[in-house]
Every structure is written in C-alpha cells, then in structure tokens.
Design a protein around this ligand. Structure first.
Ligand code: NDP
Length: 400
C-alpha cells in the first residue's frame, strides 16, 4: 500500500495541534513531516509528541524554490498549510510543480494590504483541475467547520436557507491584560477592518466593530457580539444562492477593545513601514514581537469557546425552520491534550480532519474547493470522535 505522507508547514499554535492530532491517527497519517521557518520549533513539537513517524525540516515558505526542494525531498501526498496567509500562493505554486495536494485554514492575503478574498486562490482552479490535484481551502473552524455546518443544514434540514449568522464566542480568560489567540499580526489586521455582510445580493459595509448586540451562548450566557467581515461568507453566499442575508459575529471583552483602540490610536496597528534608527520596521510586526505568543497562552487559560451557525429558512417539510448548530470547546481540556489553547485546537482539529477526508478519498476532487463543496457527514462524524462534538437545536429563538 502507498504510504500516506503529509507535510505540515507552520509550527505555531495551530501547527502544533495539527501535528498532535495527525500523530493520534497513525492508521491514516503514516508519515508526518513538520516544516517551518525555524526548525528548532518543529523539533521541540516532534519531541513532545514522541511518535516514531514524525520528522522535521526547515523551509522559508515565501520561496517557491525552497518549497519545491522540500517536496522533492519528502514526496508528500498532501501539504497542510498552517503557516500564515501570506504563504498560500507560494505553497500552491510548489504543489503544482511537484504534484502535491493542498489544504489550508486561511485565505491568501497580500502583505502590504489587509484584504481578504478568495479570488487569488480561486484563480488556481483550472491548474489544479488539469493537474488532477485537490486543494481544500479554509479548513479550520471559521472558516472551516462553519462551512461544513452550513452544508449539513442544507443537506439534511433545509429546502431553502434564507438567513445565516455565524456566531463566534471566546468566553475564555488567559489572565493577560492583552493577548491575541492566534497570530497577532493576522488577528489585528482582521478585526480592524470595516465590517461587511451580505444582504439581498450585495455587500453592505459598516464601520469597524460598529454594529454589536448581546447574544446568548450555550453554557456561557450573554456576550456582546460584534459584526465583522469573515472570509467564509464569500464562498457560502455563492454556494447557497437562496441566502438573503449572511453575517458573522465575534465576541470581544471591553478590556480587549480598549487595548485595541489605544494600539490603533498610537499607530501600532499600522502595516506601513517606518524608518526607526536607520532600520525599516512595520509597527504591527514590532507589536507582535512584544505581545504574548498565542502558543504560550494555554497553561492558565480557563473557560470555553462556542462557535456555531444560526440559520433560518424553509425546512425540508416546507415549514419555517430555525436551526442552531455549534461546538463548545474548553481551553483547559485542549491544553491538557495538546499543550495549546482552544482557539488553536478548534483550528487544528478540523485541519487534521480535512486532511483525513482527503487521504481516505472522501474529499478528493481535482480543483480548488471550499469545504462546503464536499460531503459534510463523514467530516462531522470524525469531528465528534476527535474532540469537537457538535450539537443541534431546532426551532429555537436565534436572537438575530
Ligand atoms: P503562529 O504565528 O503561531 O504560527 C505561524 C507559523 O508559521 C510559525 O511556526 C511560523 O514560523 C510559520 N511561518 C511564518 N512565516 C513562514 C514562512 N515564510 N515560512 C515557513 N514558516 C513560516 O500562527 P497560528 O498557529 O496561530 O495560526 C496559523 C494559521 O492559522 C494562520 O494562517 C491563521 O490565520 C490561521 N487560523 C485560522 C483559523 C480558522 O479558524 N480558520 C483560526 C486561527 C488561525 P516562525 O515561528 O519560525 O516564525
């Protein structure tokens, strides 16, 4: 039998979880290579996991030639890209050169512009199709599981979905005055953007975090939730054209928002390079260097995340239906299993699950695809068994 060999690129919080979860499933992941800019970080994770089928390597994933050399050395079937969104296109280019399949958790962003859209990666569709290669885009939690939840709703419950609200709550406490739960640079670029949602066939723009309301989260209670733009909205409204309105909400605490406002007001969120003592620095990248590393937040993190989809429309029986599907994930339990907090965990487990779907031939379709284009059922079965069980509620008040 041909061996299932995967390369995980990126060894931050998410990469660490992906490596742990792949190693827990050796019947599917026969060989695992972790490669990142700094090999010593990969070595530390491989050592902590201590499985015989993990090796490490070094790569600068901004450089297609280095990626091609890496793929030639290891001959993987699939690359799981959990580096940064800046590297998506170089990794996809190398996949095409070497005949490697591709999976990621965040859409491409150019470094000099905080702009999120799938067009850059969708432009690879024909080339992946012709090469007989599968690319699975956005296979974390959001994007990722939220798309699969929506696919489940469409497959099993709705004749027509009309209103989709993705709700993302982090009710955890890490005990720091200010920290981001994943890469600070990517996180701050994302949440300081203008809000945007889909309404009646077009995008409606709002000020950054301007629209907000309290929403109730299961086992958590009410949390102030802010309307933001999020990348999965773009593919979901295309793939489910009956959706009249699609929005994304995320909770933030007052402390977090105050710090964020100060960071912006004093210019530290800027991505424009400045000259400092003869050296060019980007303020946001400097800020990242002094903020807590999201990878190290896990130890004292308590509380839960709760992410789900609230959907209303017409049910399969022709009657009006409201539907809520969600997962709650405990930071401490995630830490005990993988050494990482729940935000890394809820991203890494779906990335491993998507990779498993591909390797088992269940999500194998040449071209470039968003997760909702595949069968949600086997994916959701695995999520249940791998630490992210989901729950459904019918005909409840969606509050939206
Ligand atoms: P981290 O910053 O913790 O880790 C990023 C990793 O990528 C680091 O190991 C870093 O290496 C590596 N890296 C960066 N640049 C390069 C490069 N040029 N070549 C090789 N390796 C590189 O981020 P997270 O683990 O928190 O997040 C990883 C990804 O997951 C991000 O793209 C993020 O947007 C995405 N994400 C998706 C979510 C979802 O639900 N869909 C939710 C949360 C995150 P080094 O440490 O050596 O610099």
């Amino acid at each position: 039998m041909e061996k299932n060999k995967v390369i995980i690129i990126g060894c931050g919080g998410v990469g660490t979880v992906v490596a742990h979860k792949c190693a827990q499933n050796p019947d599917v992941f026969h060989e695992i290579v972790i490669a990142s800019r700094h090999r010593e970080k990969c070595d530390a994770v491989a050592k902590a996991i201590g499985a015989p089928n993990i090796s490490t390597d070094q790569v600068d994933a901004d450089d297609v030639n280095q990626l091609v050399a890496l793929f030639h050395r290891h001959q993987p079937k699939l690359v799981i890209n959990v580096a940064l969104p800046y590297q998506d296109l170089t990794i996809m280019d190398a996949c095409l050169v070497c005949g490697v399949n591709y999976l990621d958790t965040a859409n491409y962003e150019p470094r000099d512009e905080a702009h999120f859209e799938y067009s850059w990666q969708w432009a690879y569709r024909e080339r992946f199709e012709k090469a007989g290669l599968t690319a699975i885009l956005g296979c974390g939690f959001d994007p990722g599981v939220t798309g699969v939840y929506t696919a489940r709703a469409a497959k099993h419950h709705f004749k027509e979905m009309h209103y989709l609200d993705i709700v993302d709550c982090n009710a955890g406490n890490h005990g720091k005055a200010f920290a981001t739960n994943f890469n600070p640079e990517i996180n701050i670029r994302e949440i300081t953007q203008k809000g945007r949602y889909w309404q009646d066939g077009q995008w409606v723009q709002t000020g950054a975090l301007e629209v907000h309301k309290p929403l109730n989260y299961p086992e958590i209670g009410p949390r102030e939730s802010y309307l933001m733009y999020h990348e999965e909205l773009e593919s979901l409204v295309l793939n489910y054209p009956t959706i009249k309105r699609a929005r994304f909400w995320m909770t933030f605490g007052q402390e977090y928002l105050t710090h964020l406002r100060v960071i912006q007001d004093i210019g530290m969120a800027s991505i424009e390079p400045i000259n400092y003592q003869g050296m060019e620095i980007v303020p946001l990248q400097f800020l990242k260097a002094v903020l807590p590393n999201p990878k190290e937040l896990g130890e004292n993190y308590t509380g839960k995340t709760s992410i789900g989809c609230r959907i209303s429309g017409i049910g399969k029986d022709g009657q009006p239906l409201t539907y809520y599907i969600y997962n709650n994930c405990d930071h401490h339990a995630a830490y005990q299993e993988t050494g990482m907090q729940a935000v890394s965990y809820t991203t890494g487990v779906p990335a491993m699950t998507g990779a498993m779907m591909f390797l088992k031939g269940l999500w194998c379709k040449p071209g470039v695809h968003n997760v909702e284009e595949f069968d949600p059922d086997p994916f959701l079965d695995v999520l249940n068994a791998q630490g992210l069980p989901w729950h459904e509620q019918f005909n409840v008040d969606l509050e939206l």
